[in-house]
Structure formats: structure tokens, C-alpha cells
Design a protein around this ligand. Structure first.
Ligand code: 13P
Length: 262
């Protein structure tokens, strides 16, 4: 039986505008009003955070407001960056760190991701640390060593008592936005190894509690089997999170999967 409440995030990436982000938020809030047993967060682009927060608050929604990235420094001459306090000021409760598009498109390195992870967790915000291998790394048999390296370096000097605010998202890079999905067996295998690493680093109770999301081309038509895996505790959704009905259906699938695990 799983004690872990599933967690589903909608990462809107660099999509939507002022009008469509508000429409999407309303569709998600209304669609999920009768769904329980799942933690849900949405990650709009920075310029729309305040407006989406207002929509969530006005409708009394428990959906968390998320940021797609943060900067670890508290303030100063860091042109273009956004601090954790600024995000908190806008009502942000959870932040993504180390998303593969930050790693592979923008060029963020493990060391920077460690600074960001530490700063987010120290601030009391929830952190979703994203990890995952590229296609080349997978074909060379390096999936687990890449996940291990990314997690070990991101969590260097993170104390055990902060891990309850951490979620790990396993997002194989080759599956993101490509329509290719990990098989349920491959996802379970990677997730169970991530959980074992957390056990090595922080002990078995922490490892049992930590939530590990799967991300990569999850859609209503392919999600149920992956979400049913024992070590998969929800998902981080990109493309399908831009359609309110699809995102709602994925959250429902996570709720159903959790019930079946009980
Ligand atoms: P897709 O669902 O579009 O593959 O994106 C996954 C992702 O990167 C979520 O953070």
C-alpha cells in the first residue's frame, strides 16, 4: 500500500499569453473542483504568475502555484533573474529546478542546480528537482548513472530534514515533447533506483515518503499504466497540460492509480 499522495504538475513552459493562461487556469480549477486525493500544481510563465494566483485564490482552489525556475541569489545585479523572495511575493509555493530544458537548452550545470536546490529548500518553498538521461546516454546504458549523478550533485549539502519538501521528477530527455514515452517497466525501473539512492543518502523512511513523478509525453491515452507503477507518484506534464481537459483527465488518472494501489 502506498502512503504517498500523488502529485501532478502542469508545466506550461514558454506557452500561453495573458488571455489563454487565464482561460487555462480557470478550466483546470473548474475541472478539478470535485477531484481529491492528488496534489496539483501549475507552472505558468513568470509574467502571468500574479494573475494566475488571483484566479486560484478567488476560486478557493488548493492547486499550488509553481515557478518554472528560480535564481539562488537573494537580490542584486543579476539581470534577468528572479529571486525566491520575489516568487514568494507572487504567491509561488513550489519551484522546478534542473528541468532538462534548463540543462540542455540554456546550459545549466549540476553545480548551479545544486545552488538553486539548496536555496529553494532552505527558503521553505517546495522543490521539484528534474533529472533524466538523453537518448545517447540511454543507448549507452547510462540511464541510472546519469540520474544518480544529477541527484547526488543537486542534493549535496541538503540536510535530511529538508527532503520532505522535495519531489523528484524523472523526465527522460528523449521522451519530452517527442511523443515517445518510457515503457511502464522502464519508468518503474528508473524510479525504484532513484528511491534506492534516496534511501542510501537519507534512510529508508525518507525514501518511502519522497514522491517521484514521471514526465515525458504523458497523455490521457498512455498515462494509466505508468501511473499504476508502484514507484511512480504522479507526473509532470508539458504539452498535455496546455489543454485543460487533458490535464484534468491526467489528474483523475493519478487519483485512480493511487486508489488502486491502496
Ligand atoms: P511533455 O509532456 O510535453 O513531454 O513535457 C514534459 C515536461 O518536460 C514536463 O516538465
Amino acid at each position: 500500500m502506498s502512503e504517498r499522495k500523488p502529485f501532478v504538475g502542469g508545466n506550461w513552459k514558454m506557452n500561453t499569453n495573458r488571455t489563454t493562461s487565464a482561460e487555462l487556469a480557470r478550466a483546470v480549477v473548474d475541472g478539478l473542483s470535485s477531484v481529491s486525493g492528488v496534489d496539483v500544481a501549475v507552472f505558468p510563465p513568470f509574467p502571468y504568475l500574479l494573475a494566475i494566483k488571483s484566479i486560484l485564490r478567488d476560486r478557493g482552489s488548493s492547486i499550488k502555484l509553481g515557478a518554472q525556475d528560480v535564481y539562488h541569489q537573494p537580490d542584486g545585479a543579476f539581470t534577468g533573474e528572479v529571486s525566491i523572495d520575489m516568487l514568494k511575493d507572487c504567491g509561488v509555493q513550489v519551484a522546478l529546478v534542473g528541468h532538462s530544458e534548463r540543462r540542455h537548452v540554456v546550459g545549466e550545470k549540476d553545480e548551479l542546480i545544486n545552488l538553486k536546490t539548496r536555496a529553494v529548500l532552505e527558503s521553505g518553498l517546495e522543490c521539484i528537482l528534474c533529472v533524466g538521461e538523453t537518448l545517447e546516454q540511454r543507448l549507452n546504458g547510462h540511464t541510472d548513472s546519469v540520474n544518480q549523478r544529477q541527484i547526488r550533485t543537486a542534493l549535496a549539502e541538503v540536510p535530511g530534514e529538508q527532503i520532505d519538501h522535495l519531489t523528484i521528477a524523472y523526465e527522460p530527455v528523449w521522451a519530452i515533447g517527442t511523443g515517445k514515452v518510457a515503457t511502464p517497466e522502464d519508468a518503474q525501473d528508473a524510479h525504484s533506483k532513484v528511491r534506492r539512492l534516496i534511501e542510501t543518502l537519507y534512510g529508508s523512511e525518507t525514501a518511502e515518503r519522497i514522491r517521484i513523478q514521471y514526465g515525458g509525453s504523458l497523455k490521457p491515452g498512455n498515462a494509466s499504466e505508468i501511473l499504476a507503477q508502484p514507484d511512480v507518484d504522479g507526473g509532470l506534464i508539458g504539452g498535455a497540460a496546455l489543454k485543460g481537459a487533458d490535464f484534468v483527465s491526467l489528474v483523475r488518472a493519478a487519483a485512480q492509480a493511487a486508489q488502486n494501489k491502496d
